[in-house]
Design a protein around this ligand. Structure first.
Ligand code: ATP
Length: 682
């Protein structure tokens, strides 16, 4: 790393998000627009949390930064890490100096926390998903009471369990009483808590008793664990309810053989560190989730799950929220503006923090500062190969190094589909390794050169084996507009199957989507017409009556683009529509390559570039890995569109071994690895 003195700069991200009218651009949240605050303007004593919030802004990134390479140029700045340290030191000094001035505020803070603490797991601190669920439960209770004629009062439970009546304001009145005082909050919380038990049936109580019994058996088993008894309980040391939930919510009835083997490894049983590596879609996440649940439920420890992007964190929070509700642990989101430092102390529940790389670092810092790092029993890092990824990699490395150094009881698990030098990483993390080639759905890789499709075959001298000529009839005008035959390639699969087209830039995503629908037949308009109309209405609503003209044109044909210029709401609507088959094609940037579970029978790489940089092997693997997802597709194929000039480099891209990842912290030499010559953290 260069130890330059230059100020921290933010490489501005894709200044023109996309053409929208003025009203719309005013409505777009500031963080989604180009002109965010510059980090160099921060006062020196600014809190670390707010610095990390700025880093979060940089998570909305330009194409070249979407997934790979210099994702965040704040972090590319070589003096950034030193500045973080300075900021932390300054913050400590600032805290001391301002302690007396801030006593009043502090008292209020302490009061707030103490009130919340005394309430146990205060519902207002619950993640949104759980709040929504509770809101729904309360609504049901209220509705059933209204039906029973109790329209002006709400029954409460006395300590002896009998009900008493208490007048509460009606809904409209309550809405008009804006939530202002702490007293109101406490009252509301008590109202909710009082109402909640009414909804619990005897069957649910019994079920919960069975779960807690199973957990306590599993906990006992954990304590007496020995390598000869690898299976600790009904479901890898977890209650059968977890198995039922996996089946109910995910459709997973049995684990793959490799998953069982991995969960039964000695190092897993003995909670030492582990790196495991399998191809994309191999089912890695499920293993991590089982280990997380074991830590939360059986060891009653908190867990941290680190994922590279906000969208992935949100997807994971959604996916695990029901597990949290059913199994009684907290799922806490640390991404974008979400997340509290240090996290709220939970009296009776363990917490699963799901965090982006930057938020995970701040979280660990705050836990170290408050002497609570020992509460973290397990840290899981998805996409571990990102350790070698410039300054974001440096942040993962710092986070893990701190945990390794300070909390010997915290287990670290890293997973990746694209790790080259696993041995070096093992040295760094003092970890065991498990590797397997399993992929539940076969993936066939092709390249397209001129009008011929070749299959990728590393055994061939040229790496490519002739497969078939591409079938298309283009007019000369169309040939000019679509010289790479993207329309011909996508119409081989859509609308019956789904297709992802990775494009080098955001602008290109929008152009390609527009270009494809220009040449689609009218018949495409009729496919799931009503649902597409409803999607258009939802998109319009999400933009307060305004809508991106490109989406307006492409959605009726079942097409949309997907890049970081979309608002959260738009992204969610488009992802859902694509998952359910209402949309059959997404043109996207590399953001979509990192693990989001969207179906694609065919993945097309519009070119072997991200912006102007030639793809790395790991990038290529992540992109093509979106094709043929387990449980969604039965086969998958990828087609890389090549120009003659790129043919030679493409051979390395598709056939070479995976790149190594190197430390970004240890030496000035950029290619420093974690070999045995590295200083030990012991
Ligand atoms: N044992 C299983 N049986 C059936 N489906 C499974 C099983 N394990 C995982 N899956 C499903 O396979 C799909 C891919 O799994 P998962 O996301 O865990 O893979 P991954 O290896 O983490 O992929 P990536 O590296 O692309 O993120 C998911 O839909 C998941 O629900």
């Amino acid at each position: 790393m260069n130890a330059g003195n230059q100020g921290i700069t933010i490489k501005r991200v894709y200044a023109r998000k996309r053409s929208r009218d003025i009203l719309r651009s005013q409505l777009t949240p500031a963080k989604k627009r180009g002109g965010g605050p510059r980090l160099q303007q921060c006062p020196p004593a600014r809190r670390l949390g707010s610095i990390m919030a700025d880093i979060k802004d940089a998570e909305y990134c330009s194409d070249s930064e979407d997934l790979f390479g210099g994702y965040d140029s704040i972090l590319e700045d070589s003096s950034f890490l030193a500045k973080l340290d300075d900021a932390e030191n300054n913050e400590r000094q600032h805290d001391v100096q301002s302690a007396s001035n801030d006593w009043k505020q502090s008292c209020e803070d302490i009061l707030t926390d103490s009130i919340l603490d005394s309430l146990g797991d205060e519902p207002l601190d619950l993640p949104v998903s759980q709040l929504q669920f509770q809101e729904q439960v309360r609504e049901n209770v209220k509705r059933s009471r209204l039906q029973e004629g109790t329209k002006t009062s709400t029954p409460f439970r006395n300590p002896d369990g009998t009900e008493k009546e208490r007048n509460v304001p009606d809904t409209t009145q309550r809405q008009s009483n804006v939530r202002k005082s702490m007293a109101d909050r406490v009252k509301r919380t008590m109202l909710r808590n009082a109402a909640a038990p009414l909804n619990v049936s005897r069957a649910v109580v019994l079920k919960e008793a069975v779960v807690s019994k199973e957990i306590s058996v599993a906990m006992q088993a954990m304590e007496t664990v020995c390598p000869d008894t690898p299976d600790l309980g009904p479901f890898f040391g977890l209650p059968t309810k977890v198995k039922d939930l996996m089946c109910e919510l995910r459709g997973i009835k049995n684990l793959y053989d490799w998953q069982e083997t991995c969960l039964n490894l000695d190092c897993v049983q003995q909670r030492t560190n582990l790196i495991y590596s399998l191809p994309t879609s191999g089912g890695k996440t499920l293993v991590a989730e089982i280990l997380i649940l074991r830590e939360l439920l059986c060891r009653k420890k908190d867990c941290l799950f680190v994922l590279p992007y906000i969208s992935l964190v949100q997807e994971k929070v959604r996916g695990l929220a029901t597990f949290g509700l059913e199994l009684d642990f907290m799922v806490e989101e640390y991404a974008g503006s979400k997340g509290k430092f240090p996290p709220v102390k939970r009296r009776n529940k363990s917490s699963l923090y799901i965090a982006t790389i930057e938020k995970a670092h701040s979280l660990i810092n705050s836990l170290i500062e408050t002497n609570r790092i020992g509460n973290i029993g397990l840290v899981v890092v998805d996409e571990l190969h990102m350790l070698g990824d410039g300054s974001r990699g440096a942040i993962i490395e710092m986070t893990l190094a701190k945990i390794l150094y300070i909390s010997k009881t915290t287990q670290i698990i890293g997973m990746s589909a694209t790790l080259g030098n696993i041995k070096d990483l093992q040295t760094f993390l003092k970890a065991e390794n498990y590797t397997n080639d399993f992929r539940p759905v076969q993936l066939k890789e092709y390249v397209k050169l001129k009008d011929t499709i070749y299959e990728v075959d590393p055994r061939e001298e040229e790496c490519f084996r002739f497969s078939r000529p591409l079938n298309f009839k283009y007019s000369s005008a169309m040939q000019k507009i679509d010289p790479d035959h993207v329309v011909a390639l996508v119409t081989e699969v859509i609308p019956g199957h789904s297709c992802l087209v990775f494009c080098p830039t955001k602008k290109n995503c929008e152009n390609v989507a527009g270009m494809i629908c220009k040449y689609l037949k009218e018949g495409f308009l009729q496919h799931r017409e009503a649902e597409k109309a409803s999607l258009l209405r939802d998109l319009m609503d999400s933009g307060n009556g305004c809508m991106c003209p490109v989406l307006r044109r492409t959605v009726p044909y079942g097409l949309a683009y997907h890049h970081s210029g979309l608002t959260n709401e738009e992204r969610k609507l488009i992802e859902e529509a694509y998952s359910s088959g209402v949309l059959c094609l997404l043109t996207c940037t590399s953001t979509l390559a990192a693990g989001i579970n969207l179906p694609a029978r065919r993945v097309i790489l519009r070119s072997p570039y991200v912006a102007t940089d030639f793809l790395k092997r790991s990038q290529y693997k992540q992109m093509v890995g979106r094709a043929g997802r387990a449980g969604i597709d039965t086969v998958g194929e990828s087609i890389l569109i090549l120009q003659d000039k790129d043919r030679h480099m493409a051979k390395t891209l598709v056939c070479a071994p995976m790149e190594n990842c190197y430390s970004n912290l240890m030496h000035d030499d950029e290619r420093a690895s974690w070999d045995s010559s590295c200083p030990s953290l012991d």
